[in-house]
Write a protein that binds this ligand. Structure first.
Ligand code: NAD
Length: 504
């Protein structure tokens, strides 16, 4: 079956009509072959505004539905995702070029956050607070917030939406989602899966609870600027975050910004080197370096450098790069030519800064418009030039260190510190890395790599935008508004000492 036919068959099983696949002028290509697999319709800014108004009307109804009942909708969404995991996972692989286990793994994350959110729907707790006034009770109450705008990146085309949507829905919010213009098909599939859950749920799910806006940055901007969107959760590059953050601040809207990651690992003298090697290889090469949590910098203690770096290079030279749909490759394609060009530019800059490059060359997979590349490992004399920036491609910069305090400072010297890890069996090193004077990232791990976050903990958060905001832990609080309520059950109204009013 051709990729076009397979895509159409998958989408039809998921509930998206064939007509939607040739409805407009946004060409969707698969990075697996570079061929166009659909041309879908984009919305205009005016249509986006209308959709947001509809979502606002839906919010006004949804906020009145009891939270555990709202959780039931998310439970049904989780069930629908379980039932359609294979098809959606395969579609992720076709649209983004992930190997099958990663496509399915992404859908599993959606299922997991639904489970989490169902439990959460009965735990949106506020505190009862001791009050200084006699005969009074004080408490905090969490209320639904409004329309939650979600802007997502191409590389996690469905999981990021579900992290936001599952929490927002149980919190009593409606959702307007602007997926990446590179991955509208998986978004349309999620919309259809959600519609199935709503159908099973019943009439108390208002029309307009989820709106999907296919389009580019201009549609994202319409969402960011709309006064009826009190929270925008935007996932993507740091460049995008710098554009979105000030616009939201300008109208006092909330921002959850999940941006780039220039993530590092540290290999200490006592590390279990086999374990470290596996974790680094997976964290740096997996998903062809196109994860926000990809390991991009590696600091290796000089006493173990020669034991680990040559083995790592071997792994880089031998890993199978190729068509992810055929099931043998561990590394699939880059998303497009721009990603390939960006990688080559960074490698040239690294060479100019004294780096020694292994790998990084284009791999011929038989498709002129598809961009497969051998992952690159670059030994650097120091942390400089392109090492300071996130290049969204499989490049691992390796540097030698000798002093623990100095390496922590180097580790923390970049802006986009999202995830981090240390490999050590020395408890003092491990604890110092996790302490206030250790890693400054939103994720800090010991003896596991930088990637593969679980939904139970709050995810990510580069140090520049504050750590750990989406998904688990108490991340739900961003999707609600807090009220402090005081009730006077005494017969007096205590005022400040010496204050009284004459009232007839
Ligand atoms: P991108 O920044 O190019 O696009 C992300 C989204 O933002 C897209 O939907 C795009 O249309 C939209 N957008 C772009 N400019 C906008 C603007 N001015 N206003 C409103 N919306 C705008 O990112 P990408 O190439 O799709 O994804 C890769 C990047 O995302 C990497 O930097 C990666 O680290 C990051 N990422 C971060 C996380 C995280 O949780 N921290 C997760 C996945 C990806």
């Amino acid at each position: 079956m051709t990729l076009v036919n397979e895509t159409s068959a998958l989408l039809s099983k998921l509930g998206v009509s064939a007509a939607a696949l040739s409805a407009g002028d946004l060409a969707v290509s698969s990075p697996v072959t570079g061929e166009t697999i659909a041309t879908v319709a984009q919305v205009s800014a005016a249509t986006a505004a209308k959709a947001i108004d509809e979502a606002h009307a839906a919010f006004l109804e949804w906020r009145k539905v009891p939270a555990p009942r709202r959780g039931e909708l998310v439970r049904l969404l989780g069930e629908e995702l379980r039932a359609h995991k294979d098809e959606l996972g395969r579609l992720v692989s076709i649209e983004v070029g992930k190997i099958p286990s990663e496509g399915l793994g992404e859908v599993q994350e959606m299922i997991d956050i639904c489970d989490f959110a169902v439990g959460l729907s009965r735990q949106l707790y506020g505190l009862t607070i001791a009050t200084e006034r006699p005969g009074h009770r004080m408490m905090e109450t969490w209320h639904p917030l409004g329309v939650v705008g979600v802007i997502s990146a191409f590389n996690f085309p469905v999981a990021v939406w579900s992290w936001n949507a599952a929490l927002a829905l149980v919190c009593g919010d409606s959702v307007v989602w602007k997926p990446s213009e590179k991955t509208p098909l998986t978004a349309l599939a999620c919309e259809a899966i959600f519609a199935r859950a709503v159908k099973r749920f019943g009439d108390d799910a208002p029309h307009g609870l989820l709106k999907v806006l296919v389009g580019g940055a201009d549609v994202g901007e319409a969402l960011v600027d709309h006064p009826r969107v009190p929270l925008v959760s935007a996932t993507g590059s740091t460049r995008m975050g710098r554009a979105v953050g000030p616009r939201l601040a300008g109208r006092f809207a909330r921002a959850v910004l999940e941006l780039g990651g220039n993530n590092a690992g540290i290999v200490c003298p006592s590390a279990d080197l086999d374990m470290a090697l596996r974790a680094i290889a997976f964290g740096a090469m997996g998903t062809a370096g196109q994860r926000c949590t990809t390991m991009r910098r590696l600091f290796v203690h000089e006493s173990v450098y020669d034991q680990i770096v040559p083995r790592l290079k071997k792994a880089y030279e031998s890993v199978t790069v190729g068509n992810p749909l055929e099931g043998r490759a561990l590394i699939g394609p880059l998303i497009d030519k721009a990603a390939f060009d960006g990688m080559q530019k960074a490698l040239e800059e690294a060479k100019a800064a004294g780096g020694s490059v292994t790998g990084g060359v284009r791999v011929d997979a038989g498709h002129a418009e598809a961009f497969y590349v051998r992952p690159a490992i670059v030994e650097m004399p120091s942390q400089a030039g392109p090492v300071m920036e996130e290049t969204f491609a499989p490049i691992l910069y390796v540097m030698k260190y000798s002093d623990f305090d100095a390496v922590i400072a180097e580790h923390n010297a970049v802006g986009a510190g999202l995830s981090s890890s240390i490999f050590t069996r020395d408890i003092q090193e491990a604890e110092r890395f996790l302490s206030a004077e250790g890693s400054d990232c939103g994720i800090a791990n010991v003896n596991i790599g930088t990637s593969g976050a679980e939904i139970g903990g709050a995810f990510g958060g580069e140090k520049e935008t504050g750590g750990g905001r989406e998904s688990g832990s108490d991340a739900w609080k961003a999707y609600m508004r807090r009220a402090t309520n005081t009730v006077n059950y005494s017969k007096a109204l205590p005022l400040a000492q010496g204050v009284s009013f004459d009232i007839d």
